[in-house]
Ligand binder design. Structure first.
Ligand code: NAD
Ligand code: UGA
Length: 471
């Protein structure tokens, strides 16, 4: 065996990153046993479901890989000690949410799950183990992990000392395209100072990724690059969203402006779709963390600059709600509104930080009744998101101000307006002749994603507002 040949991987955290990432490694590396572990038994049970439509994560292409590799070299388990013990390489893919209380609350990352994982590794690992940070972490976290692991390095098992190398290998996948992103990454970033350990990880990726795309750096550059990549992406969205408002005020059209601007190769055409603001579990959390770190190092102007990206994101959502109320004669009290799409983007069932949560919450506060439809998000999840977020007595189970709809077309029955919040493909070719008779007139459609043909909607006698569309 080559000194850097890996035979057994353990991934701590079976979430949106751990699950798909390990499935793709298992697909390309049949010689490696890949064990994904989690403290959440329900999540693991779902990963082991015979019916693959019940996997905990909806991601195009994922169930095919799970079906092909599960039970062969891809395993999901709650047995953390044994899988850590058997592993040559351990990925930490646990969640790193924003701290809710204490020092840095609302900005700093809560590293309690990373610390707990490091302690488990330090307790159960045997021999030499490569520990890989897959989670997105504040710059310098590898030092904390090293300190925890080093504290146990002196203990001996069967006269063999424990030892560790820590690498940073941030993940750049986007939800909805995770499998494609993992199969064909723009780059793979590996930070570290142990050449042998880096070589082992490079070898794994070289099973399917061209070596020219594998970038190796020091630990801190790798950790920081991940935060910055997300910050730059989010910044583009806030930038285009400010311009959407300017287009609406001036009579310009955001799609044309984005196309014209993006055709400059130096700017690039991607990530210039204006909409209801970015959602998802990471952009807000990672920028908040960047703001926190910048302030920590006394770089207040840097912090203020990035904070504005978040401010604009919230402003866009508030602006939409105010605009909807204004267009509907200044009140939506006792009106029924169809909500089309609840996930934070299409092709995922993830609702974390979805703009739909804020928008729905505000519309309910204004007295509207909502009928919510999403092709992948469950009623249970919406219930959690809205009930956790709305402290309104009127939203109690007996007196709910929203209902769940299973059928796209039936969602419009008896509604005064429809708001398109997620850009699901099935919303893009609607038969308006089926929708129009169901709605109370004068009816409004609000297209926050710019996905509808405005002329077609207007021809069917419905008022339409579209983001970034000046009159
Ligand atoms: P997630 O919440 O979906 O999954 C994390 C999992 O870790 C959960 O199932 C949780 O039960 C488990 N966990 C927590 N502590 C544990 C412990 N001590 N032992 C075992 N399991 C434990 O989170 P996610 O979306 O997969 O994100 C994970 C990390 O990856 C975050 O740092 C995130 O910023 C980063 N990231 C996420 C994405 C994305 O698209 N979601 C993309 C790139 C990077
Ligand atoms: C994002 C990054 O794209 C990934 O590279 C990164 O790995 C990941 O965060 C992470 O660290 O978690 P993700 O949040 O899954 O991925 O999805 P994106 O496609 O980036 O979309 C984020 C949000 O921005 C969504 O709400 C989306 O609708 C919105 N968006 C995106 C726009 O409003 N306009 C655009 O042009 C693009």
């Amino acid at each position: 065996m080559l000194s850097n040949e890996i035979k057994n991987i353990c991934c701590i955290g079976a979430g949106y990153v751990g699950g798909p990432t390990m499935a793709v490694i298992a697909k390309h590396c049949h010689q490696i046993q890949v064990n994904v572990v989690d403290i959440n038994p329900e999540r693991i049970a779902k990963w082991n479901e015979t019916d693959l439509s019940n996997l905990p994560i909806y991601e195009p292409g994922l169930k095919e890989i799970v079906s092909e590799r599960r039970g062969k070299n891809l395993h999901f388990s709650t047995n953390i000690p044994v899988n850590i013990k058997n592993a040559d390489m351990i990925f930490i893919s646990v969640n790193t949410p924003t701290k809710l209380k204490g020092i840095g609350a609302g900005q700093a990352s809560d590293l309690k799950y990373v610390e707990a994982s490091s302690r488990e590794i330090s307790k159960y690992a045997e021999g030499f183990t490569i520990v890989v940070e897959k989670s997105t972490l504040p710059v310098k976290t590898a030092q904390t992990i090293k300190d925890i692991l080093d504290a146990s390095s002196s203990s001996e098992i069967n006269q063999e000392k424990k030892s560790f190398a820590v690498l940073s290998n941030p993940e750049f996948l986007a939800e909805g395209t995770a499998i494609d992103d993992l199969n064909n990454p723009d780059r793979v970033l590996i930070g570290g100072d142990n050449k042998e350990a880096i070589g082992s990880l490079v070898n794994i990726y070289s099973n399917w990724v061209d070596k020219s795309k594998v970038l190796t750096t020091d630990l801190w550059s790798a950790e920081l690059s991940k935060l910055i990549a997300n910050a730059f992406l989010a910044q583009r969205i806030s930038s285009i969203n400010t311009i959407s408002a300017l287009c609406e005020s001036t009579g310009a059209h955001i799609k044309d402006v984005a196309l014209a601007v993006g055709m400059d190769r130096r700017i690039g055409k991607d990530f210039l779709n204006s909409g209801p603001g970015f959602g998802g579990s990471c952009f807000k959390k990672d920028i908040s963390n960047l703001v926190y770190i910048s302030n920590h190092y006394g770089l207040n102007e840097v912090a203020e600059y990035w904070q504005k990206v978040l401010t604009i994101n919230s402003w866009q959502q508030k602006r939409f709600v105010e605009l909807i109320v204004k267009k509907m004669f200044g009140t939506i009290s006792s009106k029924t509104i169809a909500i089309l799409g609840f996930s934070f983007k299409s092709n995922t069932n993830d609702t974390r930080e979805s703009p739909a949560i804020f928008i729905c919450k505000k519309l309910i506060e204004e007295g509207a009744f909502l009928k919510i439809y999403d092709p992948q998000v469950s009623e249970e999840q919406i219930e959690k998101d809205l009930d956790n977020n709305i402290e309104l007595e009127s939203n109690s189970k007996e007196n709910k101000n929203w209902s769940f709809s299973n059928s796209l077309y039936e969602t419009f029955i008896g509604t005064d307006a429809g708001i398109f919040i997620t850009e699901w493909e099935e919303f893009q070719n609607l038969d308006w002749t089926k929708i129009v008779p169901q709605m109370r007139k004068p009816a409004w459609i609000f297209d926050t994603r710019s996905i509808l043909d405005m002329d077609e909607v207007k021809e069917n006698g419905i008022n339409i507002w579209q983001v970034g569309c000046g009159a």
